[in-house]
Structure formats: structure tokens, C-alpha cells
Design a protein around this ligand. Structure first.
Ligand code: ZN
Length: 346
């Protein structure tokens, strides 16, 4: 005689009755809840608890020079609006360098320029608008225009400059530009080459003489962000100053940060693509969170389309890693011994 099978859970039995369409619907509802509802991570995720256990970031000091490298207008605010305010409050001097004008977002140009087929003219106009938004957002965060640098290289094209177009100019397909065109750029007319971009970054580093450089982490999903990360690592290594770098992520994978939308009482959790980095946490005051929201909302060309993604960065903390890569335990593991090594004493 065998024991009777355990009673099937009613919701599981219901799902089985519905078949594959029911399973698919349940999956969509579950995903949507995970992306949109804070309670899901609170109950199941545990990522908020991990953030609470992270070490606090070292406080900024008076006289420190802090440089934010921002691939696009808005990254500096999403990653670091709270840090910028804390640095300034401590008496540090904060500078921002935007590497591109954010002129590669066709859908955005279509919406803001009210055209179905945005051309080069529309995308250049979007770039000029985003440059103005960036300067206004910086002012909201207390960074004077004299401490901002717009480099104006092509949005979406930095990896090409770093690889195929180090010496020969790249023509950006969306703006039809092969040289820096935005008003107020650091080097107007500079060709779209990796060489020119590096030269501009060196100029900024020479001018700012930063003690700390806040740059994208190499794990960031966006190729422009990764390229800026590699460039920053290389340029600071030239002067043996790579220990001045701190890393942030904006495109962290798996819909991060969840839940989407404005949840300022929630923590910003560790980005899945860079979960192995030794993150440090900066806690923001409610006033700093409020000012960050104000700066995010300056980017009206972006918030119309990406508002829920951008607002998800307005949280009670920000995160920085002091190193670019997770520690590699493989380097610490001794190689397995299989007989005497060449050259070893018998
Ligand atoms: Zn970006």
C-alpha cells in the first residue's frame, strides 16, 4: 500500500489547468510586479539588506578636487547627484566632463522635434538641447559653469573612436558629423578620433588636477560607458594615479534598478552586472534626495521617455566601487603540482 499523494497546491493546480498561456500570463504578471513593486524585493530579494551591510564611503574633504566623467548628459546626475552635493558641502571643488552631447537617441529626437523621421539636423538640435539641460542640472547641483567641460564626441560612437577610428575620423551616421559641433565645446571642430578624445580628456585632467575621478565601471552595459571606463583607467595609469578612480554603474543589467519609478525611501541596490565589486555606500539626506530629483527633472528630453528608469536612481543612497574589477581568487590559488617544475632543485 502506498501513501496518498500530497494535496496539490490550489494555485498550482489552477495554473496547470490554464496550460502554457496561463503560465505565460503568470510569468508576465510576476515580472511586472518585480519591476514595479517595491514589496517584491523587500519580501524575496534581500538586496536591500545587502546594501545596508555595505561599508560607508569615506567622507569628502575640504579642498579635495573631484572630477565626474559623464559619458552622456544625465549620467552625472543619475550616478552621483548626492555625492556631488556631499563633496561640495564638505568644501571640495567638483568638476564635470561630459564626453558626448547625447545626440544619438533617434526616438528622443523624433519626440522632441515632432518629426516621424528625424534627420541629422534634428539630432544635432537634440544634442544642443541636451547640452543646455546638462549645464542647468549641474547648476542645480551647485557646480558652476566654469567647472564643467563639454567634449561633444559622438553619442553611441565612443567604442569606434577607441578601436577603428583612433586616428581616422569617424562620421556619426545620425548627426552626419565627423567633428565636434556643439556650442561651447572644449575643442570646437576637433575630429571624431580616439586621439582627439584622449587629448581632450588629458586637457581636462591637467586643468582639474583631480584627487578623485568618478568614472563608469567597465561592467556597465552601455558601450559608451565602458569605453570611458577604459580611457579613464588608461589615462590615470599613465601618471600612476589609477588609485584616484572610483567607479559607478548606470546600466547595470536585469532591469536594474528595480522597482522602476520614484521610490526615494528605497535603497539603490547593487547592480547585477557588477555585483562582485566591493561597493561602498553613500547615504543621502532627504534634502539631497530632493535636489537630485530636481536635477533629474531638468532633463526633460529624457524623462519623457525614460522617466521611470531615471527616477529609479533617486534613492536614499548612491554606490561607488574603489576598484574596476572584482578580486580574482584565481590569481591567489597556487597551480596544482604535477611533478617537479622546470628549473626546480631536484
Ligand atoms: Zn549614459
Amino acid at each position: 500500500m502506498t501513501a496518498p499523494p500530497p494535496p496539490r497546491k490550489p494555485w498550482l493546480a489552477q495554473l496547470r489547468r490554464w496550460g502554457p498561456p496561463g503560465l505565460l500570463a503568470a510569468l508576465i504578471v510576476g515580472l511586472s510586479a518585480w519591476i514595479n513593486l517595491p514589496v517584491v524585493d523587500q519580501v524575496f530579494g534581500g538586496s536591500a539588506r545587502r546594501v545596508a551591510g555595505l561599508p560607508a564611503l569615506e567622507a569628502f574633504r575640504a579642498g579635495q578636487r573631484v572630477l565626474i566623467l559623464s559619458p552622456h548628459p544625465d549620467d552625472e546626475t543619475l550616478c552621483c547627484a548626492g555625492l556631488i552635493q556631499q563633496a561640495r558641502a564638505a568644501g571640495a571643488r567638483v568638476s564635470i566632463a561630459w564626453i558626448t552631447a547625447g545626440d544619438g537617441f533617434e526616438f528622443d529626437a523624433a519626440l522632441t522635434q515632432r518629426t516621424l523621421r528625424p534627420g541629422a539636423r534634428n539630432l544635432r538640435a537634440l544634442g544642443e538641447t541636451r547640452v543646455l539641460e546638462a549645464r542647468r542640472a549641474a547648476a542645480v547641483l551647485g557646480v558652476p559653469a566654469a567647472q564643467t567641460y563639454m567634449l561633444g564626441y559622438p553619442d553611441g560612437g565612443l567604442l569606434r573612436l577607441f578601436t577603428l577610428h583612433y586616428a581616422t575620423p569617424y562620421r556619426a551616421p545620425r548627426t552626419d558629423a565627423a567633428a565636434v559641433y556643439v556650442k561651447g565645446a572644449l575643442s570646437p571642430g576637433a575630429p571624431y578620433t580616439g586621439q582627439a578624445l584622449e587629448a581632450d580628456l588629458r586637457r581636462v585632467l591637467d586643468k582639474v588636477q583631480p584627487d578623485l575621478v568618478l568614472a563608469p565601471a567597465p561592467q556597465d552595459f552601455h558601450s559608451d560607458h565602458r569605453t570611458v571606463s577604459y580611457l579613464a583607467l588608461r589615462l590615470l595609469a599613465e601618471t600612476r594615479q589609477e588609485n584616484r578612480l572610483r567607479f559607478w554603474v548606470v546600466h547595470g543589467g536585469l532591469e536594474w534598478p528595480v522597482p522602476k519609478g520614484l521610490h526615494p525611501e528605497q535603497p539603490l541596490t547593487v547592480p547585477p552586472l557588477a555585483s562582485g565589486l566591493p561597493w561602498q555606500r553613500a547615504s543621502l539626506t532627504p534634502e539631497q534626495v530632493g535636489r537630485k530629483l530636481e536635477a533629474v527633472n531638468i532633463y526633460r528630453t529624457q524623462t519623457r521617455i525614460l522617466g521611470r528608469f531615471m527616477h529609479a536612481f533617486v534613492r536614499r543612497n548612491e554606490l561607488l566601487s574603489p576598484v574596476a574589477l572584482p578580486p580574482d581568487p584565481g590569481h591567489l590559488t597556487p597551480e596544482p603540482e604535477s611533478g617537479p617544475r622546470p628549473g626546480a632543485a631536484p
